[in-house]
Design a protein around this ligand. Structure first.
Ligand code: FAD
Length: 307
């Protein structure tokens, strides 16, 4: 079922999840056992993140270095296959421009269609470690709106219009590269105008930021659903890490509370996120998306309390 149909279906709001493919060496059983406890809360779809290949330079006997491609994780396609065959849940593979030519993207779309996958999340991806700015791959796409257009062209060219329901990323606190929130919103609208069906936001820790973002989207003529993305903080270290990694703010009330009782960071973060979730549900959001990032226990507790 298309994510957009799930979002517009009557009934209670539901949780959705985002998982990261496991490192190579983890078994299918280990992966599925980690997801199984979430099924009690009927997530309607599970996003699977996509990670571009990395490179490393290995020293050779003659003193030179050879650049090698390193893939550290199981592919999102393999993970989607395992999850959809085990659980009755829609899978949403992430597709990124980074490191991929148009031909590679097209092959991935054929794979998804072959697997009966009708949902996809279209993203640009981040720059490689050591790169200051994102460098598009030769023969690939520079921005997510181009990727969305390419997916819609693929459908037209293969006579499968509407085969994919497309999600894109949105940044309530602005994408870090955008010069200002207005330009970022114009760029978000480009993605929707190119054919995106819904938006999933970057994580945020103050719901007012999300409500304001949705209002700005609507004022800019963006009418598709905007699904809030949440992640509970679980350690004091994340107070420094998350803003640095995702260019987001953490409210002073939360940082004060965490600094006063670092040993209770897990509980404080869980309660804060649970309160955010309850407030979002009370405001009528159709779904709440949880970034699990390999730490599922606190999210399970939030789901138990809120859904
Ligand atoms: P874009 O929409 O291309 O935007 C990137 C920047 O360019 C923004 O500043 C925007 O304002 C600007 N821009 C956009 N379009 C144009 C245009 N046409 N002309 C000029 N400027 C433009 N990363 C991964 O590598 N793998 C994942 O699985 C992954 N999952 C994610 C899931 C969610 C919900 C979110 C919110 C992000 C995810 N990311 C993932 C991170 C994402 O790839 C990065 O945030 C990336 O830097 C931007 O991706 P984007 O799709 O938003 O890019």
């Amino acid at each position: 079922m298309r994510v957009s149909d799930l979002l517009s279906a009557p009934g209670r709001a539901f949780p959705s999840l985002e998982i990261v493919p496991p490192p190579k060496g983890m078994t299918r059983t280990e992966l599925l056992d980690g997801i199984r406890p979430f099924m009690e809360f009927s997530p309607r779809f599970i996003n699977v993140t996509c990670h571009r290949d990395e490179f490393e330079y290995r020293p050779e006997a003659d003193g030179s270095y050879t650049r090698r491609t390193v893939r550290r994780r199981i592919s999102e396609t393999a993970v989607c296959g395992a999850v959809q065959s085990e659980f009755k849940v829609e899978v949403v593979p992430h597709l990124i421009c980074g490191g991929a030519t148009a031909e590679v993207i097209e092959s991935q779309l054929y794979d998804f269609r072959f697997m009966g996958i009708g949902n996809v999340m279209a993203l640009r991806g981040d720059s490689l470690e050591g790169e200051k700015r994102f460098v598009p791959t030769k023969g690939g796409y520079a921005h997510a709106d181009e990727l969305v257009s390419a997916i819609r062209s693929f459908e037209r060219e293969t006579g499968t219009q509407g085969a994919f329901c497309i999600g894109v990323g949105g940044y309530p606190e602005k994408h870090f590269e955008a010069p200002n929130p207005e330009t970022d919103l114009e760029n978000l609208k480009r993605k929707v105008d190119a054919g995106a069906d819904y938006i999933i936001t970057q994580m945020f820790f103050d719901n007012r930021v999300y409500y304001d973002f949705v209002a700005r989207c609507r004022a800019a003529g963006i009418t598709v659903p905007v699904i809030p993305g949440l992640k509970p903080i679980s350690s004091l270290r994340q107070v420094a890490l998350l803003p640095e990694t995702f260019s987001i703010d953490i409210p002073v009330e939360l940082t004060d509370e965490l600094s006063a009782s670092p040993e209770r960071a897990y509980e404080i973060g869980r309660e804060w996120c649970g309160n955010q979730c309850r407030d979002l549900l009370a405001h009528g959001v159709p779904a709440v998306h949880f970034f699990t990032m390999g730490r599922p226990d606190n999210i399970l507790e939030i789901l138990r309390a809120c859904f």
